[in-house]
Ligand binder design. Structure first.
Ligand code: CU
Length: 150
């Protein structure tokens, strides 16, 4: 009986840990663990370090959201509910600051596809590309992709 308890405790700890870390399944750059949505980032214009960056130096990427509720394969695009909204931002966790706001546009033809432009990292170092899903004013899920800008 005691072994079962210990095993159960270990299992629930493991689950809680995985949930907290939001460990991304293979192929996912960011993982929204509550919704089971997988985000794949594809740079369409790579970020480059320049001395005095202006808007024309901004990078761009596509973010594709996949729904993993029916399995781990990336074959079903994630579709947000009408009252849900994806928000993307840049954050430097070690220094506790963000950067210029990015511009996010949902593709009007391809489900689950978002185009992110005006991606400007304000300094070199360890960044996160953060995503969150809002329902009204409430954040219902979030995910982050580490990105080293240098
Ligand atoms: Cu910084």
């Amino acid at each position: 009986m005691r072994y079962v308890l210990v095993l159960l405790m270990a299992l629930s700890f493991e689950t809680a840990f995985a949930k907290k870390k939001g460990k991304a399944p293979e192929g996912c750059d960011m993982y929204f663990s509550q919704q089971k949505f997988c985000g794949v980032v594809t740079w369409t214009k790579k970020p480059v370090v320049v001395a005095a960056p202006t808007a024309k130096d901004a990078a761009e990427f596509d973010l594709k959201l996949w729904d993993l509720n029916q399995g781990r394969q990336l074959n079903k695009p994630a579709v947000l509910k009408a009252d849900q909204q994806l928000v993307v931002s840049l954050y430097m966790p070690d220094m506790g600051h963000g950067s210029e706001p990015v511009v996010l546009k949902k593709d009007d033809k391809v489900p689950g596809l978002y185009h992110v432009t005006q991606v400007l990292f304000s300094m070199e170092g360890a960044w996160e590309i953060r995503g969150r899903i809002q329902q009204g004013t409430k954040t219902i899920d979030s995910a982050a992709m580490p990105f080293m800008f240098k």
